[in-house]
Structures are given as structure tokens and as C-alpha cells.
Design a protein around this ligand. Sequence first.
Ligand code: MOS
Length: 741
Amino acid sequence: MEKQKIGDRLDRVDGRAKVTGTAAYAADHKVQNVVYGFLVGSTIAKGRIKSINTKNAERASGVIAVITHFNAPELPGYRTGKDPSKPPTAGTPLRFFSTNEIFYYDQAVALVVASSYEEVLHAAKLVKVQYEKEAHQTNLAENLGNAKTPTGPRFEDYNRGEKDAYKNAPFKLEQEYFHPIEVHNPIEPAAIIAFWEGDDKVTVYTKTQGVQATQQSISDAFKIPLENIAVHAQHIGGAFGMGLRTWPYEIAAIMAAKKVGRPLKLVLHREQMFTNVGYRPKTLQKIGLGATADGKLIGLTHEATANTSPYEEFTEATVNASRFLYSCANVTTRYKLVPLNVCTPIWMRGPGEATGCFALESAIDELAYALNVDPIEFRVRNHSDKDEEKDLPWSSKYLKECYEMGAESIGWSERKLQSRSLKDGDWFIGYGMGTGAFGAFRRPCSVKAILKPDGNLVLQCSVNDMGPGTATMMTAIASESMGIAPENITIEMGSTGLPPGPMQGGSAVTSTVGSGVHDVCNALKDKIAELAAKNNTVFSNNQTRITANDLAFSANEISLKKDGAAKLSYDELLKRNTLQSLEVTKESKGPEQPYSSYSFSVHFVKLRVHMSTGKVKIDHVVSCADAGTIISLKTSESQMIGGAVGGIGMALMEDLFIDDRFGRPINNNLADYHVPVNADIPRVDVRFVNKKDPYTNPMGSKGLGEIALVGVAPAIANAVFNAIGKRIRSLPITADKIIEA
Ligand code: MOS
């Protein structure tokens, strides 16, 4: 293959390994002498364990241990992360088997260990637990009286200008929006293999989006030095945020492996994926909007109350987009949490922004209708030319371009302002759109480059790839920089011990690690130039120092730009310097910039609604993004399509329904918890502005992962309104809500 340029359609470099099954996920690793663990969950949602009868389980075939709070070894510590006062790990993470207290349904009360998976599944059913039940709380609406403002810099009440100014505006709107719990359930379930060498050295293969963060959590729990802990997670079968922390099951498995003195594998059962590894919290939101008669926003109030667990504060930026997305002199936001008897929530794609923008972008649409203004026109009238929250200029913002390209692609001109104007047989046709935004971050990162004599290049970084195409993006940047074909570039990632990279999350990995690759390739080129000049007369010049800028870099050699005939192979270069390979490690960090950086998206939807059955069928989605320079076009498009699919699930299907009488979900399986299938997904067109941001990083890229989803759900809700004239403010938009009068 030719070398790749930034923006080419490079195939996913790990695609073949993934589809042929050679890519090893956490539970796939072959470890000698492994034993199997299985968690037994509480059948009550709050109370205490009175007694546990483990006798029958212990006597069952193949059983090695049954660990409960009666016999679990004490762990020296637990707190997660370097600064435990910081969200989302505020409070004390739950440690299984450290207490007889039950905080939520399916909280682990025993960990059974046996020689085979079949034996452990059988034995787990034999554990009998007696509880002392207490009244649990799982209903958000009934517990709003317990709502508290969480700690943390962007979570306190916010005011710009006059407080709740919308109330005094000539045109105003006040509405409530709700969305239920959504669970992650990626194809690869939560899983870990742990094995100890001696008392203070442990290796784990686990499902995490950050091997260094997991390493830190293990160190905190077991009080062993970081360098004694190896964490591996090269391939991840989807995560979307659930791997952004260390979960109690992981610490429990590591503890159990130590106790039984054997490598231990623990894979959560699909049902446990609904109860034990976080979710998008349910949230009640109130939006107040005030505008002048000519459609200028003069007051915006956004309040959100979400659930957390009884033992931790989980916070997200639900109300934050309302502070900067539109130009408005008077903005008030309030954010509160209610502890309920459920496991701690966790980030889920577009955490906060996706749900906050569902409320905000629905309300903006409602107000546009009330003012009889086209919703795009209304947004353009209220476009924010700078970040009014931070009072900073944008590093780049091409939101208006997104509106234009999306409107054209969806056929917005066919849309009627009046609902129920477009019909196709029994179906009403509607068009809707919604805006999304997410911070464009760049974090510190370290990448090592190893150049071999034959022109093969290895790049190492501890970051992993949960699916967005991180390895592919790294390959594209290195290929363009070094002139080396993608098949001659190897990415080594997802392990502690490699140069430290960021967590795989927050839409920041391409900006962060892409910059790391960019910088290390430049450092490698400088090193090549230096060595070439040192011992080769063609490449040295006493008057002017030869630098990397004077050289052309290609597959396995360099040449002088001004004299293409003067060539030097990497093989020769390394030989002359008696080197086996050339290794350069570079730490990268972006300079502080006096700009506010966000990625923006606009999603357009055309759909049809069948009034007598309540069926919503999406005909077409157009997702437009201002994400700076697009580095890897094919994986970026896939990222956007995946976000649209997630947004369709959020808008029309997903709802973890808790029966409050028992404090437990009734649809904790993939038959009853609905997600979109192929037949639910229409044509999704992706359009990128693809203009470089001058400030974010050397490539000029911004993140994509979250904005792929943020804005999709309101686009669908708005299209449903446009079709049938009925505003549905509670997700998911199911048939019952459409049919009811
Ligand atoms: Mo994402 S919610 O940063 O995995």
C-alpha cells in the first residue's frame, strides 16, 4: 500500500484481527491453571445480610472457595484515583464483601470459585442468603426532596446576568423533560483475569478504558506499588464509558485470585451487566426559555436532577451546554443529585451533554414553533459568536456550516412548519434537527517510536482502542509523517509499562495521542537527520546544518530534498551508527490557549409516524460535524454512524425499567431491554465540515466520539412533533405515548 495522508480512507488496522477472532479481549487470554469466579447477587435492594449458607455450594463439584463478607480477607485500602475528592469517584467506592449492608439489587453477596465455568454456575445457585430487609428507594420523582447540589467546580448553581430572567420575557416557555436509565451492554461483557506472583505482584487482563487508572485503583486497594501491577487491555469490545473506572467486581476478582492462589477469571453474566457496571442515570430536567418577539433569547434556565447511588456522587455536565450553546445574556443552571438504591452510574457517550441537549434542543424547537420561526433560523438568530460562559473566543466554530449542509442533505425545504401537513398513506412525515456540542480536549501523553533497519515502525502508547479506530488514526498520522506504508507500522497499545497515554474517553484521544504520534515522528525525523549528518558527507554541510526539513522521508530511506539522488537507507544509517533500531520517546502536551474549544454537531432526521399503531419509522438521518480536521475518514464516518444508532436507541427504545415495589429491573436482559437492530436503522449520511482548528493540536482536529450522539435524540423528538403535532418530553418515545390522547 502507498503511504497514507491525513484524511484518507484507511481501513481499520485491527479490523482483520477483530473479525477473524484473533484479537484477544480480556476473557480470551489463555492463562494456565485458571479457575472461574461467579458473583451471587442480592435479591433485595436495601437492608442487611443476616446469614449466608454456603455449605451446599462448598460441597458441590469443583468448588474451590465461596467468599462472602464472613470470610473475605481485609483489603488495606480502597479509594479510587489519586484525588478521591474529585468526581466521579467522590465518596467511597463500594467494596464487595466488606460489609453486610445491601445498597442495591444484585449487589454481590458471594463470589464462588470453581474449576470450570459450568461448575461455578451450578454452585452459585446453591448459595442461600437470609436478609433483613429495609425500605428501599428507587423512584426519582418520589425522592426529589433529597436532592442535593454535588461538590465540584462546574456543578454549583450558575448565574449569568439576571437570575431566571426567562420568567419576565415577552415570549416564554417552561417545560419538563425526562429520560430513564440507559445501560451500556457492549457486546464484550465486563470481564477480568487476575493472577498473582507472590504476595505483592499482580497481572490483570481486564475490560478498562484506561490501564493506568486501573493500575492506580489496584494499588490503592491492595497497597502495593504501581510497578508491581501489570494491566492489559489492548482490545475492547465496546465500552462507551463503562470502562472509565474500576468496578467492585474487578477488585473482588483480584482479591479472590490471591485468596485461592490461582489465576482467576470472572466474566459478568449478561443480567449482571444491567445492575453492576453503571449506566446513564435517569434525569428530570426543567427548561425555562424567554425570547423577544423577533426571536432573540433573553433568558435561559436549565435545571437537572439525576440519580446517584447511596455511596458515591456521580456527576455529569447535564446543564453545562446551556451556558454556551446559544447567545443569551441571562442564564441560570442548577444541578442536583438524588441518592437511590442502585449501583453508581457511569459516563455514557455524551455523558450529560446528550441528555442535557435532549431537553435544551427540544425546548428550543418548542419555542421556535411558538414564535412561528423555522427552528434552524431560530438557532442562527441566537448563534453564539464566542463562549459567553468562559468569555473567550472559540478556537473554531463551524456550526452554521453544519446547519446548511445538513438542511440540504435531508431536504429541509420539503419540511412544513405546520404539523400533520405531510402524509404518505397512513403515515405522517416529519423533519427535525438537534444540535450537539462537546469539549475538545487535549491531554498530556507520551509515545515511543522504534524505527527498524527495514523501515518498519513501531509506535507504543498505553492508550487502548475501544473501537473508534485509535490505532488506525495513529497509523494514518505516522504514515503521512514518515512516508511509511500502513502495513509497515505496528501499534503497541493497551498495557501499563508502555509510555503513558490518556484514558480512552472524553472524545480526547485523537487530539491527545494523535498529537503524541505527530510529535514523536518529528522527534524521530530530527534524530534521523542528526545521525545522517554525523557520519555521511552527503548529508552534512559545514555551512548550514542539515535538518529534518531538508530531508524527504520514504518507505525505508531518506533523501535530500534538493538533490533527490542523494539517498541513505535506514539499514545503512543504523549500521553506521551501530544501532539495531532507532528509538525515540516524546512527551507531548498542548500549550495553554486563550480559546474555548468545542466540537459541534447537527443531526437531521426525516421520519414517519403511524398514528393508529404508534410506530415511528426513521427514513433518513444526516449527521454533520464540525470536528476540525478529519484524520481517518472511514473510521470517523463509522464513529458518527454508531452515534446515530445509539441516539436512535436513546430516543425510541432504551429504558431500564425498575419495578419500584421490589427495587429491581424487570427488563435486565437483551430480549426485553430494546436496542435498535439493523431493520431500525435507516440510511445515515455523515458530513464533515473538515476545516482545521488552528489551536487545538498540530493536526487541527477536535473530538468526535460524543458529538456523534449528542443531538440525535432531540432531532428525533422534534421530527415526531413536526410529523404529528404532539410533543413527547419523556424518553423513550414509544407507541403508547404516541397513541394516548
Ligand atoms: Mo466516553 S462516555 O468518554 O467513554
